[in-house]
Ligand binder design. Sequence first.
Ligand code: SF4
Ligand code: SF4
Length: 175
Amino acid sequence: MTRDEWRWFVRQDGTEHCDADDRCKAVCGEIAQALGRCGYRTDILPYPGECGVQFRSVAQAAGMGRTGTNAFLLHPVWGPWIQLRLLATDVVSRETLVCSSPACTRCGGCVTACPAGAILKDSFDGLLCHSYRGGKGEYTPFGPERELKYCTICADVCPIGRQPKSSTDPFKDNR
Ligand code: SF4
Ligand code: SF4
């Protein structure tokens, strides 16, 4: 996994994409096809803003990790560096879901590092985060590649999981 896979771009039709999400959707598509061949119905849900379902809550209930102070779902191995997608299906599972242990150590690194003051020890202010990022022009495509240079400070400082490798930091100019 490299950091470049987490760079988001805006296509000419206005849709956003990054390699990590493209791959995630491709895997969902393969699973959907396999289930379809067995007669099950499936639907790959759009992002929470469109479908109203918070992906990290579902992922947490499925035992993939626990939400940390920085509001990311923290996977025990990959920390915040995971891409989530939901595949709805009418398959009935006989497995009992096992909840993951909390990975967040409450070290406070993200609380101190957030330039917007959006992360508190016991809560996360999504509006503060959003308005800080909007003020930095993060929602406006940048340069010929139409990149969105999203803030990743609260993921960068988090000691949980493996940081993606990168020789250059595409986000540094936006801090
Ligand atoms: S994305 Fe940036 S502004 Fe938003 S909570 Fe994380 S560090 Fe703060
Ligand atoms: S930086 Fe520390 S407090 Fe914040 S989410 Fe990661 S482990 Fe938890």
